[in-house]
Design a protein around this ligand. Sequence first.
Ligand SMILES: Cc1cc2nc3c(=O)[nH]c(=O)nc-3n(C[C@H](O)[C@H](O)[C@H](O)COP(=O)(O)OP(=O)(O)OC[C@H]3O[C@@H](n4cnc5c(N)ncnc54)[C@H](O)[C@@H]3O)c2cc1C
Length: 399
Amino acid sequence: MVESGQVVVAGAGLAGWRAAEELRARGFAGPITLIGAEPRPPYDRPPLSKKVLTEPDLDPSLPADFAALDVDFRPEETATGLGDALVTDRGAHPFDHLVLATGALPVRLPGEGRQRFLRTYDEALALRDLLRAGRAPGKALRLAIVGAGWIGAELATAAVAHGSQVTVVEAGPAPLAGAIGVPVGAQTARWYAAAGVDLRVATAVEAVCPGGLALAGGEQIEADEIVTAVGVRPATRWLEGSGVRLENGVAVDAGLRTSRPGVYGVGDCAAFESRRFGRRLRFEHWDVALHAPEVVAANVLGGDEAYDPVPYFWSEQFGRMVQYVGYHGDAESLVWRGDPAEPTWAACWLAAGRLVATLTVGRPRDLLQARRLIAAADQVDAARLADPGIPLKNAIDSR
Ligand SMILES: Cc1cc2nc3c(=O)[nH]c(=O)nc-3n(C[C@H](O)[C@H](O)[C@H](O)COP(=O)(O)OP(=O)(O)OC[C@H]3O[C@@H](n4cnc5c(N)ncnc54)[C@H](O)[C@@H]3O)c2cc1C
C-alpha cells in the first residue's frame, strides 16, 4: 500500500473534497493539497436550486474540517495547465498523484443582455435576493428561464413560490427531452401549466438582450431577469495540450485513471468506462461525485478497483419527488407504470428484456427496487412491470 507521495486535487467541489476525505479515511499519510477556484470551502449544489432559494438560513456547506484532516486547502486558486506539475494562477504544484475534479461550467447564450446562472452558492444567493425583492406589492418579478431541464424546472418551482411571473423557454419539443427523452419528458409539461408557469417548448432563443429574449422567429419575450439553464460543459479546457485525453470531459478507464500515469478524473468533469453499460459515460449526478472518489482513493493507494454504479439522480419539482436510476441510452422499449396524469407513476426502460432505467414520480419504493433489478440484470416481465399494484421486485420473469 502506498502511504506517501504528494497528492494534489484540482477542483474543490464535492468530488474533490471526497477524494481528499477518502484518502485520509483509507490511511493515506502524505501531503494533500486541494485547489479550488471558488472563494468558499466545498459545498453541496443540489440544495442551491431547492432549499437555498426559499429558505433563508439554509447553508449547503460540506462538513470539511481541513485542519483535522491535514488537507492544505487553497481557495481562489485556479488550475491553468498541466506539465510535470499542476500549474495554477499562483504557482506550480508538483505531485505524485493528481485528481482532476473541476466539475462543469454552465453554457452561456449569445447576446449582450445580462444572463444569470445557477451553478454556484453565490449565484443562488443572488437569485434568492432577486426573488424575494420581487415579492413586494406590485413588483412581481418577470423571470425568463431558458431551458426546461432539471435546474430550469427547480428554479421555476422556487420562483413561483416567491410569486414571480415565470416563463420557461425550451428549444426541445418537451421539458427534459435531452435527459429522459420526449415521451417521458412531455408528461411533466402539465406540472408547469398547473403551477402557472408559461412553458414554451420548441422555441429557440437566438440571443439574450437587455430587457428580454430574442427568439429565433423574430419574436421577443420581455423579462426583468434572465437565467440561462441550458446545460453545462466539463471544465476541462485548461487541460488541452496536457497529454490527458479529453473526450466529453476527462476520459478515464473503469478505475478512473486518465491517459497520463498518476492522474485521475472524477465527478462531473470525467467520462468513465462503464462496464455495466458497455460504453464511456459522463454523469452530472451528485451520487457519482459522492462515491466515485472512493475508487480514486483506493487506486491511489495501490488498489485496482473499478467504478461501476447503477447511476442515480433525483430532482424536486412542482411539489414532486422525481428520481431516476440507470441509463436508458440503449433502451428498446418503454413501459408505463401507472398513469402519468396521476400524482404518482413510473416509467421503465427495457433493453434485451432487462430493466435498464426507471424514472419514478412519488414512488421511492419503486426506485429502490428498480435499482436492484437493474443491478441484477435479470429478465423482467413487462406486463408485471406495468402493473403498479405489483411490487417492482416481483417483475422478474420466472419462466
Ligand atoms: C443547482 C444544482 C442543482 C443540482 N441538483 C442535483 C440533484 O438534485 N441531484 C443530483 O444528483 N445532482 C444534482 N446536481 C448535480 C451535482 O451537484 C453535481 O453532479 C456535483 O456537484 C458534481 O460535483 P463535482 O465536484 O464533480 O463538480 P463541481 O460541483 O462543479 O465542483 C468543481 C469545482 O471545481 C472548481 N473548478 C473548476 N475549474 C477549476 C480550475 N481550473 N481550477 C480549480 N478549481 C476549478 C469549480 O469552481 C468547482 O468549485 C445539481 C447541480 C446544480 C448546479
